[in-house]
Design a protein around this ligand. Structure first.
Ligand code: PRP
Length: 213
């Protein structure tokens, strides 16, 4: 039997992925009593799951340590090379937006400073609009940057909108929608093609499809 190694984003997406696999009839109960474990082998030997940080999913897949990866489109837009993106699981839905305090003037002629954890997404967005901006890379809590005057606006993920609201920010523009994707190592797609396609056929009926902004 072909065994598939899957790098799975730890946290919220991990729980939603387990629920989706179970809906498709794949028993992942062996992942539920996990405590601090990060590697899980299914009793039937079909799967090994690696629990890793979102940005590391592409690294494990690119290097062939994992055959497949499950990660948000936000991460893929920042790290776009070295794998095939093959299936939209339709979970982990959110969007990229430009947000700021209500006195932000998106159309004035000042060169804007944009704080973000996603410099590639942010610069590409403003480049497409023909707008020259300064990107300030931030590692987290991006929402406070416009409040404290570090930046004019932010580019960040919005899911429920609660974080923006609680920090006095509002959305000025939506950039694109995001959902969780399955990525595949290029060599694994050749070597383990049958098992991968079979897994996709099992998952496809329960995928909710992508969302559009
Ligand atoms: C994201 C994002 C926002 C928040 C938005 O952070 O950066 O802070 O979620 O969610 P909401 O619209 O439902 O309030 P995440 O939780 O991924 O944590 P991180 O800052 O550690 O990346």
């Amino acid at each position: 039997m072909t065994q598939l190694t899957i790098a799975l984003t730890k946290g919220r997406l991990e729980r939603q992925t387990i629920a989706l696999f179970e809906k498709a009839g794949i028993d992942l109960s062996f992942m539920k009593e996990k405590q601090r474990k990060l590697i899980f082998n299914s009793p039937d030997k079909k799967f090994t799951f690696l629990l890793v940080k979102a940005a590391d999913v592409t690294t494990y897949v690119r290097h062939g340590v994992a055959d497949l990866g499950i990660v948000g489109k936000d991460v893929l837009l920042e790290h776009p090379l070295g794998y095939y993106e093959m299936l939209d699981l339709g979970i982990g839905k959110c969007k990229f937006s430009v947000a700021s305090t209500k006195n932000y003037q998106p159309d004035d002629y000042k060169r804007k400073r944009i704080a973000t954890k996603y410099p590639t997404v942010a610069s590409e967005h403003f480049r497409q609009k023909g707008e020259d901006v300064e990107i300030i890379k931030i590692e987290g809590s991006v929402e406070i940057a416009p409040v404290l005057g570090l930046a004019d606006a932010i580019v960040d993920i919005v899911e429920t909108g609660t974080t923006l609201k609680e920090n006095g920010l509002e959305i000025f523009e939506d950039i694109c929608s995001i959902s969780a994707r399955v990525i595949v190592n290029k060599a694994a797609l050749k070597r383990k093609r049958e098992a991968i396609i079979q897994l996709f056929h099992t998952l496809e009926p329960v995928c909710e499809g992508g969302n559009e902004v």
